[in-house]
Design a protein around this ligand. Structure first.
Ligand SMILES: O=c1[nH]c(=O)c2[nH]c(=O)[nH]c2[nH]1
Length: 285
């Protein structure tokens, strides 16, 4: 008779959608979040026998998210996630580790009063791990779509029998930035980190998206002294010049086909030189 054992496990309420409105005479402010909680600890009994004595219901976790928004406000997604993660571990003897991930959807004020506009795919992110290793916070942004119409070249690459890509001295460079940054102490200003990413993309004369990646990560490290490490995942949103010769037309870098796949995926970590960075807690099965 085979026997089985329970491996690593976690549980929690995923994707609690929370909108908080701060009402004020100078106009309202909204905070629009998607909050996911995952808890680990002494949870074998629930899996093995259905004994739920150590189980804080995921419904309660969801309620806690809403209640904390009212009781403590939301002074940044990092602080909110840390407060929640610490609470679940401190208040429940059965819970030893908590991970709280928050996505924040940005809204732009339209009338200085009570109307807002959401545009773009950009999302701010924060993930907090809390446990015996302390509290680790990773901040980031995803879906920050950037494009430059020139100042990008790509040439000098390997040529083998399968290579057809022409070398180019002038191309569109476009990407959707997925970035995370990590500090061990202090709280980096996310607006400064984001601005650094955009600025470096804009002002780096690019010979490869790889070079732009390093410039973007380096700029975040320059601008945000607390940040020790920046991780970047940059899909290369290829724009191919359309051959209009069959129609008797030239195409002087004017008309492109914007391909959505396949895409090059350029990923890398940029770190501060000579600084010991504690290993990042990663919850994987
Ligand atoms: O910036 C680029 N890096 C690459 O590695 C690559 N490969 C490719 O086909 N085009 C590009 N562009």
């Amino acid at each position: 008779m085979p026997t089985f054992e329970l491996g690593p496990n976690q549980y929690g309420k995923a994707e609690t959608r929370l909108v908080r409105v701060e009402r004020g005479p100078a106009g309202d402010r909204i905070t629009d979040l998607n909050v996911s909680v995952a808890l680990r600890g002494d949870l074998a009994a629930s899996h093995l026998t259905g004994d739920n004595a150590g189980v804080l219901p995921t419904d309660t976790q969801k309620n806690t998210v809403y209640a904390f928004a009212r009781e403590f406000g939301i002074d940044g997604i990092e602080a909110f996630a840390e407060r929640l993660a610490e609470h679940f571990v401190a208040s429940q003897p059965s819970i030893h580790e908590a991970r709280v991930s928050i996505q924040q959807y940005p809204w732009q004020d339209v009338d200085g009063a009570h109307t807002f506009r959401r545009d773009g795919s950009e999302v701010r992110t924060a993930t907090v791990h809390h446990g015996h290793y302390g509290t680790q916070t990773v901040s980031g942004v995803t879906g920050l779509v950037l494009l430059k119409t020139t100042d990008s070249e790509f040439h000098g690459f390997v040529q083998d029998r399968y290579t057809t890509l022409p070398e180019t001295r002038d191309r569109i460079l476009a990407t959707s930035v997925d970035a995370t940054w990590r500090a061990v102490q202090g709280r980096p200003d996310p607006a400064a980190a984001r601005a650094a990413l955009v600025e470096a993309f804009a002002d780096t004369y690019s010979l490869a998206l790889q070079q732009t990646l390093f410039a973007m990560g380096s700029r975040v490290l320059q601008r945000c002294p607390e940040v020790l490490e920046v991780r970047l995942s940059l899909p290369n949103r290829h724009h191919f010049l359309v051959d209009l010769a069959p129609f008797g037309l030239d195409n002087p870098n004017e008309v492109y086909f914007a391909a959505d796949r396949p895409y090059g995926l350029i990923e890398g970590v940029v770190r501060r030189d000579g600084v010991a960075i504690p290993e990042e807690v990663a919850w994987t099965f």
